[in-house]
Design a protein around this ligand. Structure first.
Ligand code: HEC
Ligand code: HEC
Ligand code: HEC
Ligand code: HEC
Ligand code: HEC
Ligand code: HEC
Ligand code: HEC
Ligand code: HEC
Ligand code: HEC
Length: 337
């Protein structure tokens, strides 16, 4: 116990020295990098090397030291191309998903389409807690809009885009439908918006009873789709039939009440006509989302009820018939023996 005080003292002193070294080292970097210095690049353009400390301190990496990422060791001034760790070096899980994504590489040229830093920024990376922030979904839109401007513009006119603008955060942004790190080419079966996977992607929200009631929308979209001709064929892996986006569009989805909507009564002959060249008003009158309950679609309800009872009664008659047959056979055997 004699040495306990010395040991405690030693540990505290050591910790203080480490902290001071870190602060001084960070400060040392900032003594130059907080100033508005620009440098000329090889192609003649100018680049700022000023670091916005507020941004870095507000990021999820605030607790890291400059040198955790900029690992160049040695005297200052440091060399021109200072060694920087890649995001991939510390974030294996996301990097593995990202490696096979459409943003990772162009097959032929090996060029990166969107690097980690294109979406997260260089020093701005936010913590996942930010998902709860009211501006979170708008930030995602800003991120994708850096490169997919025309899609963003179309999306902004949709029921979903307008909802986000009005702070209805239950509506989807790009990543709700496409994902983040594993975004695949849309033609690929891996894509969240592939013909086979899209019904599930949309229904993640549109089959939520609570959400559907909150926005007074018709629900059970997944079930009613897979009950339809199109859904049954899609289920067997055929991609030529209609899925949610064939009728509703992908980025410009509007409610049926909107005259510009692909599912407005007056536009259905065009929408269905893409695949059914003879689609007239009579053809399109048939309901697409048919839920076999009495008050939604009486015809289908009636047919279902009829078949259910018909088969049930048939079964009862069949079983009684066989039973009667057996009883008669047994009686006959007893009488003859
Ligand atoms: C004496 C001033 C000074 C100090 C201190 C300093 N830097 Fe720099 N830093 C510069 C200058 C000047 C450049 C631009 C070099 C060039 O490209 O000509 C630069 C460039 C950089 C770059 C960009 C390199 C590139 O190729 O794009 C990084 C990253 C960097 N510094 C990190 C740091 C870190 C981390 C520290 C602390 C360990 C630090 N610097 C300390 C002056 C300084
Ligand atoms: C989480 C890792 C990380 C931390 C922590 C970090 N940086 Fe960076 N920094 C990067 C990355 C990644 C780049 C981009 C490198 C590239 O483009 O090749 C970068 C770029 C830079 C640049 C070049 C200018 C620019 O904005 O592209 C400077 C200067 C710089 N960092 C200085 C600092 C200083 C000073 C600190 C500490 C106060 C620091 N960095 C902390 C990862 C980090
Ligand atoms: C030296 C290792 C290191 C490097 C390099 C690094 N990070 Fe991190 N990153 C961390 C650590 C450690 C945390 C957790 C910080 C915390 O929770 O306080 C983190 C957290 C994150 C988070 C939040 C994760 C969550 O669950 O909330 C994101 C996003 C992130 N980093 C993105 C990046 C990006 C983008 C880059 C490249 C610019 C990068 N990181 C480079 C170590 C690193
Ligand atoms: C196309 C844009 C995009 C690219 C490219 C991207 N991310 Fe992300 N990343 C996101 C979005 C969106 C989130 C969701 C949460 C958020 O905003 O922080 C996220 C979340 C994260 C998280 C938090 C934990 C998690 O898994 O949700 C980490 C860590 C992360 N990314 C690291 C990386 C790294 C490392 C790379 C490069 C290999 C990368 N990201 C590339 C968009 C992207
Ligand atoms: C409601 C779901 C949904 C939302 C939200 C959404 N997308 Fe899409 N996106 C789709 C579907 C479905 C397709 C496939 C359309 C097809 O099969 O032709 C698609 C296709 C794409 C494509 C490739 C085809 C093309 O039109 O160029 C890109 C790029 C894309 N989306 C980016 C985005 C971006 C960026 C955002 C956000 C501004 C976004 N998406 C929002 C569902 C969505
Ligand atoms: C730095 C630029 C950049 C950013 C940021 C970016 N992308 Fe991309 N994205 C591309 C490029 C380039 C392609 C390949 C060419 C194309 O199809 O547009 C691509 C392809 C895609 C595709 C596949 C398109 C297809 O035809 O198969 C989707 C889906 C997509 N991006 C969604 C997103 C989403 C969602 C975000 C935001 C989280 C995002 N992108 C952010 C540049 C970017
Ligand atoms: C993240 C959840 C979410 C996803 C994913 C989603 N939606 Fe929506 N959708 C909503 C919300 C919330 C509304 C209501 C917006 C409002 O009323 O302002 C809505 C509204 C609609 C409407 C208008 C309904 C009405 O009665 O006014 C249609 C049609 C629609 N979505 C179709 C789709 C399709 C098709 C997909 C897939 C390509 C999809 N949605 C994906 C949440 C989602
Ligand atoms: C063959 C075309 C077609 C397919 C496939 C389709 N829908 Fe519909 N959808 C319609 C039509 C037409 C309406 C409006 C009339 C009705 O309710 O039958 C509608 C109505 C809706 C509504 C209510 C919108 C409103 O304003 O009334 C939502 C939400 C919806 N569909 C989502 C989906 C989802 C999610 C999928 C995929 C699982 C899907 N739809 C598949 C054609 C289709
Ligand atoms: C992407 C293409 C596509 C779109 C869009 C589409 N269908 Fe279909 N539909 C098919 C295919 C393929 C079949 C199965 C083959 C067949 O019988 O023609 C089918 C079958 C049908 C059938 C049963 C068979 C028949 O021909 O009577 C009906 C009814 C039907 N669709 C109605 C509609 C209605 C209503 C719309 C518009 C709201 C629509 N479809 C939009 C591709 C589509």
């Amino acid at each position: 116990m004699k040495y306990a005080r010395f040991i405690t003292f030693g540990i505290i002193t050591f910790a203080i020295i480490i902290c001071c070294a870190q602060v001084i080292y960070g400060q040392e970097c900032l003594s130059c990098h907080q100033k508005p210095i620009t440098v000329k690049l090889a192609d003649g353009s100018e680049k700022s090397i000023q670091v916005n400390v507020e941004v870095l301190d507000g990021s999820v990496h605030a607790k890291l030291d400059c040198a955790d990422c900029h690992t160049e060791k040695g005297d200052l001034p440091h060399p021109r191309n200072i060694v920087t760790k890649k995001c991939q070096d510390c974030h294996i899980k996301e990097s593995t998903l990202y490696k096979n994504s459409v943003h990772s590489q162009l097959k032929e040229s090996g060029e990166t389409r969107a690097a980690c830093t294109n979406c997260h920024g260089v020093h701005e990376a936010k913590s996942l807690d930010y998902i709860k922030h009211p501006e979170y979904k708008k930030l995602i839109l800003e991120t994708c809009n850096k490169c997919h401007v025309s899609i963003f513009n179309v999306y902004s006119l949709s029921v979903h885009g307008k909802a986000i603008k009005n702070n209805i955060l239950d509506a989807p942004v790009c990543t709700d439908c496409h994902g983040e790190h594993a975004i695949a080419e849309i033609a690929s079966a891996e894509s969240k918006v592939s013909k086979a996977k899209l019904p599930k992607t949309c229904s993640a929200c549109h089959d939520q009873e609570k959400l559907v009631q909150k926005y007074n929308m018709p629900g059970k979209r997944f079930e009613t789709y897979y009950d339809s001709y199109h859904g049954i064929i899609n289920k067997y892996g055929e991609s030529f039939v209609a899925n949610c986006a064939s009728c509703h569009g992908a980025h410009k989805i509007l409610p049926s009440s909107d005259p510009k909507s692909t599912i407005n009564v007056n536009n259905l002959s065009v929408t269905c006509g893409k695949c059914h060249p003879n689609a007239n008003a009579n053809f399109t009158r048939g309901k697409v989302h048919v839920r076999a309950t009495k008050n939604v679609s009486f015809g289908v309800y009636l047919v279902r009820q009829f078949y259910t009872w018909f088969i049930l009664i048939l079964m009862i008659l069949f079983i009684s018939h066989i039973t009667a047959d057996i009883v008669r056979a047994v009686k006959k055997k007893r009488r003859s023996s």
